[in-house]
Design a protein around this ligand. Structure first.
Ligand code: EPU
Length: 444
């Protein structure tokens, strides 16, 4: 299998992109749909991306039913679930497989889940999440011999858990586990990502009693969930950032919809700071274009929502290769999220890793900082640089979009290896790039 994008770059990219549903909302809504008993759940705006297809496959392997009944409309039925053990091979292909703890525990009272897989962006432990499960009364143990977690639900959850540091999927899993709580579960220092609110809205629309007050979430247990109407997945803001960054780096003009300003507010602020016009154009769409023939560099530092998202920094790095001056990117959320740097350098980008010290790294970083480990959490980009063609390898999902972007800016033909990694999270990427005037083809 070739698994490459062949890209002929150097054009100005302009036009309109209609965003797909968010991967990081859809995956959790699909898993939450398995919490309903004897009901068929219909989700709209579900992107047909590899991660969603992988999750569907996993659910079918467990005996449940999940299938697309229309282009982006997915029907899920948990009534036929027949096994409480998640297959190691397929489970490790998709990181959210550990969130199946919630439906499997309610269906079977006990379940076996392999250590989660996912993108190659650092160790990505689930220690806080397991600690949270234990705090609300679930028994969990891990066997390093088998590589499986074993969880038992002896009584309905209750109690309180305060995340030491926020976790996006951790917050979502503890919400799902608490929906049928004995009385009340209180979660503190929760993550604030809008995809979590999409999940809360879905569950509340179905009878759950979940209240969020900023980073505190209170869940009052209900006996059952009742599905009322089809429910819509929110737009993919990571996809929005990718296409906006791409068009801006090529000095084009782009309209993107539907998107809520609050979901990408910190990105808008940075765009404005460097000299990009951000114009609201209708209720849920925005138009972007650079003010003039150059835009400025600026520094960013990633942090969980509402900060500048970690998923956006690889795209931002490409944009900064076209900005005038030096810009620094500091990654606080994940370790090892700069694997794309060596690849971008192959296309002529001027990027160096730099030493970056803070007095309190344990507090500053959102991963579990180990003082005996060497980290590379900061880069310096010097621009503007005319990128040239080359052969690059995609290392993880967001790096995939980044390298495709860079190849679209570079003159002549480039080969981007690992197209399937990008397709884990971007729907119709090739078609969308072409609609903006980009020359790209996929060879499978
Ligand atoms: N962490 C721990 N222990 C835990 C939980 C998290 O050490 O028990 C660490 C993580 O390793 C990371 C930091 O805490 O360094 C924050 O992790 P978080 O749990 O918030 O991230 P996540 O839930 O694993 C989700 C998205 C990511 C996105 C982040 C930040 C999904 C499936 N994944 O990851 O998306 O970057 O939140 O919003 O929702 C992607 O789509 O490419 C992607 C990586």
């Amino acid at each position: 299998m070739e698994d490459v994008f062949i890209i002929r770059g150097g054009k100005k990219l302009e036009g309109e992109v209609i965003l797909s549903g968010a991967k990081n909302a859809a995956l959790k809504l699909i898993i939450a749909s398995l919490l309903f008993e004897n009901q068929k759940i219909v989700l709209e705006n579900v992107p047909q991306i590899a991660d969603v297809l992988e999750l569907i496959h996993l659910i079918n392997l467990l005996g449940g039913k999940a299938k697309f009944i229309d282009k982006n409309v997915l029907e899920i039925d948990s009534s036929t679930l027949k096994t409480n053990k998640v297959d190691m091979f397929h489970g490790s292909k998709i990181r959210v497989s550990f969130m199946l703890f919630a439906p499997l525990l309610y269906k079977f009272g006990e379940c076996f889940i392999p250590n989660p897989g996912g993108c190659r962006i650092g160790a990505r432990p689930i220690d806080r999440i397991i600690e949270g499960m234990k705090a609300i009364g679930i028994e969990v143990s891990y066997s390093s011999k088998t590589g499986f977690y074993h969880a038992l639900l002896k009584k309905r959850p209750t109690g309180f858990y305060q995340f030491k540091k926020p976790s996006h999927t951790g917050t979502e899993l503890l919400i799902m586990l608490s929906v049928f709580a004995k009385d009340k579960v209180i979660l503190q220092n929760c993550a604030l990502e809008p995809e979590i609110d999409n999940l809360i809205d879905f569950l509340n629309q179905s009878g759950a009693k979940i209240k969020r007050d900023k980073n505190q979430i209170e869940i009052e247990g209900v006996k059952q969930l009742t599905f009322k109407n089809s429910f819509k997945v929110i737009s993919d803001r990571n996809e929005a950032v990718t296409f906006i960054s791409l068009a801006m780096a090529s000095f084009g003009k782009i309209k993107v919809a539907p998107i809520r300003e609050e979901d990408i507010f910190s990105f808008h602020q940075k765009l404005k700071e460097i000299g990009i016009s951000v114009i609201k154009d209708g209720e849920d769409s925005f138009v972007y274009h650079p003010h003039g023939p150059i835009f400025k560099s600026t520094n960013i530092e990633t942090s969980p929502h509402p900060g500048f998202m970690t998923d956006w920094q690889p795209n931002w790095a490409v944009l900064m290769t076209q900005a005038k001056g030096k810009s620094m990117i500091i990654e606080r959320v994940f370790e090892n999220r700069f694997a794309y740097v060596e690849q971008l350098k192959k296309l002529g980008a001027k990027i160096d890793f730099i030493d970056f010290f803070v007095d309190n790294p344990q507090d500053f970083y959102f991963f579990n900082y180990d003082k005996d480990k060497n980290y590379q959490q900061a880069i310096l980009i010097d621009g503007p640089t005319k990128l040239h063609n080359g052969v690059v390898d995609i290392t993880d999902l967001r790096a995939g979009a980044t390298l495709a972007m860079a190849a679209l800016l570079a003159d002549d033909e480039s080969v981007v290896n690992g197209a399937s990694i990008l397709k884990r999270g971007y729907e119709n990427f090739v078609e969308k790039v072409r609609s903006l005037g980009g020359e790209i083809k996929e060879v499978t």
